[in-house]
Write a protein that binds this ligand. Sequence first.
Ligand SMILES: [Zn+2]
Length: 162
Amino acid sequence: MICPFCEKDNDKVIDSRSAEGGRVIRRRRECVGCARRFTTYERVEHTTRLMVIKKDGSRVPFGRENIARGLAAACGKRPVPEDVKVRIVDRVEEEVHREFDKEVESSEIGRRVMALLREVDEVAYIRFASEHEQFKTLSDFVQEIQQMATRPKGDRKQQSLF
Ligand SMILES: [Zn+2]
C-alpha cells in the first residue's frame, strides 16, 4: 500500500479485522518509511455469488453496478450527491446478501432501492419506480404520489442512511 503521508510503498499490517458481516476487511497499517499509521478497507468478493431472478425468470449474478446504473438513471440531474448513491448501493448490497442465501428476486432489490431513494429525492424515487415497473398503470402512479403527500417521511428511522 502507498502511504498517504509520504507515498512510500512499504508498510506493515498491525491489525486486521472484518467489518460489515465479514464483507470488508479493515487493516490498520504502519508505514515503515515515516512510521505514521493509516487504515485500509478491502471489499471481500463473495465466493458463492448471489443470483438475481429477473422478471422473465432468467438468472444473472448479483452486480452492484446494475443497482448503481438504475440509480444513476433515476437520479438524472436531480441533486443527489454521489456519495449518497454509493451508500444506497452499499446498503442494498449488504441487506440482500445478509437476508438472501442463493437467489433474490430483482423486484425485491428494486423495492429496497426505492425505500431508500424515497428518503433522499422523491422525484428520483418516482422515476426509479416507473423504470422498474413497480407501477403498472397511471392510477398506480397517481395513488403513490397522493400517498406520498400524506405519508410522513422518516418512517424508516432505524435504517436511516444519514
Ligand atoms: Zn509514510
